[in-house]
Design a protein around this ligand. Structure first.
Ligand code: NDP
Length: 365
């Protein structure tokens, strides 16, 4: 494993897609960054709850198509009624100086449209996963962010897990010998009703791969060293859903370094969420791997032969992610996971779909 591979994979060596708000950095330090939540579904409300009270970043606006949901939420968070927007008057955010940034928590198929509008309105953007419905859309957003000198950060909360970072450190530093293999899986029984946006190809962009497989893709890439040279995949489909919405996917990545990663995602079985990493002298097991909070890391060593559970502190990823976003806006940091990473994840996921459809190994385009 070469250190440079991991730097590239996390965008740290790709300055082209980072756009810091350099002109407004000093001003940003004077007051907390104001964020508008866009789409007030279950995840947006969880983020609001978990990031409440942070000194550097505060939710100061809401964007929703549902006034009955937005009004009590605004009251609860002390957001004035005139900072509650709809999708139809979203462009007015441009004039609202209380709002520096937006967090896009919409169905995936709407990410690019609203992220683009926000960047054009001069706002910084943190956007839920995956960044867009395609790598083409995501590239366009990254270019726009650079043109507008705004931060565009994928909301990849798992990066902010100390457990994930500990596994990554041990891999990068070859603490237990060279990396051999990675296996990442995430799945649960999908019980949302048929009309949910996750089953509409236009709104979802993909099926369980886009919804939760993106975590397995991220973990394999963060540890495996960037973009795999070859991808093989199989998807499974529930006949009651559109063909574009797979409910099971399994994939294999072959990295330039020789490391082989396997990953999968499923909406078919009870909750599972794990990462298994094999190095020459150890195995590392993160289970659960990517919950919002509550990861557990166990390491099996060969010499001396023992199994250790690492009692790392229980840390909520969402405040850490928000804090980092605020630091990027203030010019104190560069996004540790960049738009370029999110573009690469989409390229890899597109290769997974292509491989499954063509029933052969494919290169990442
Ligand atoms: P929900 O269905 O709960 O919420 C989506 C919200 O988007 C709706 O409540 C609605 O808000 C708004 N919306 C606008 N247009 C539409 C439309 N045409 N159809 C449906 N909803 C619409 O989804 P989630 O909160 O679970 O997911 C939202 C985003 O967050 C997705 O990108 C998802 O991938 C991501 N996510 C990330 C997680 C993570 O751990 N990082 C976990 C879960 C989801 P309103 O009524 O206010 O207009």
């Amino acid at each position: 494993m070469r250190r440079r591979d991991l730097l590239v994979s996390t965008g740290l060596a790709v300055p082209g897609v980072f756009a810091a708000a350099t002109t407004s950095g000093a001003e940003r330090q004077a007051r907390p960054v104001g964020v508008a939540m866009v789409g007030l579904g279950s995840y947006a409300r969880l983020v609001m709850e978990r990031t409440r009270g942070l000194p550097q970043i505060v939710v100061t606006g809401l964007v929703s198509g549902d006034r009955e949901r937005a009004t009590p939420l605004a009251r609860d968070y002390g957001i004035p009624a005139d900072a509650v927007y709809t999708y139809a008057n979203f462009d007015r955010l441009a004039q609202d100086e209380r709002i520096d940034a937006v967090h896009i928590c919409l169905p995936v198929g709407l990410h690019a449209q609203f992220a683009e509008q926000a960047l054009n309105a001069g706002k910084h953007v943190i956007c839920e996963k995956p960044l867009a419905a395609s790598s083409t859309q995501a590239r366009r957003l990254a270019r726009l962010a650079v043109e507008r000198s705004r931060v565009l950060m994928p909301a990849y909360r798992a990066w902010f897990s100390p457990h994930v970072q500990e596994v990554r450190r041990r891999v990068v530093e070859a603490v237990h010998g060279p990396l051999v293999a990675i296996d990442a899986h995430k799945g649960f029984r999908m019980e949302l009703p048929a009309g949910n946006w996750r089953f509409d190809p236009k709104l979802a962009g993909g099926g369980c791969l886009y919804d939760i497989g993106v975590y397995s893709v991220q973990l394999c890439r963060w540890l495996g060293g960037g973009v795999p040279k070859q991808v093989m995949a199989v998807t499974g489909h529930d006949a009651s859903r559109p063909q574009a919405i797979e409910d099971h996917v399994a994939f294999t990545f072959e990295f330039e370094t020789g490391v082989i990663a396997t990953g999968s995602a499923s909406w078919r079985h009870r909750l599972q969420n794990r990462l298994h990493v094999a190095t020459r002298d150890s195995w590392m097991c993160l289970d659960p791997a990517t919950p919002v909070i509550g990861e557990r890391l166990t390491v099996g060593l060969e010499r001396p032969n023992r199994i250790e559970e690492l009692g790392l502190p229980v840390t909520d990823q969402l405040p850490r992610m928000y804090q980092h976003f605020a630091d990027c806006i203030a010019g104190r940091a560069r996004p540790q996971v960049s738009a370029e990473d999110a573009i690469d994840d989409l390229r890899v996921m597109e290769a997974i779909y292509a491989s499954a459809q063509q029933r052969r190994a494919v290169s990442v385009m």
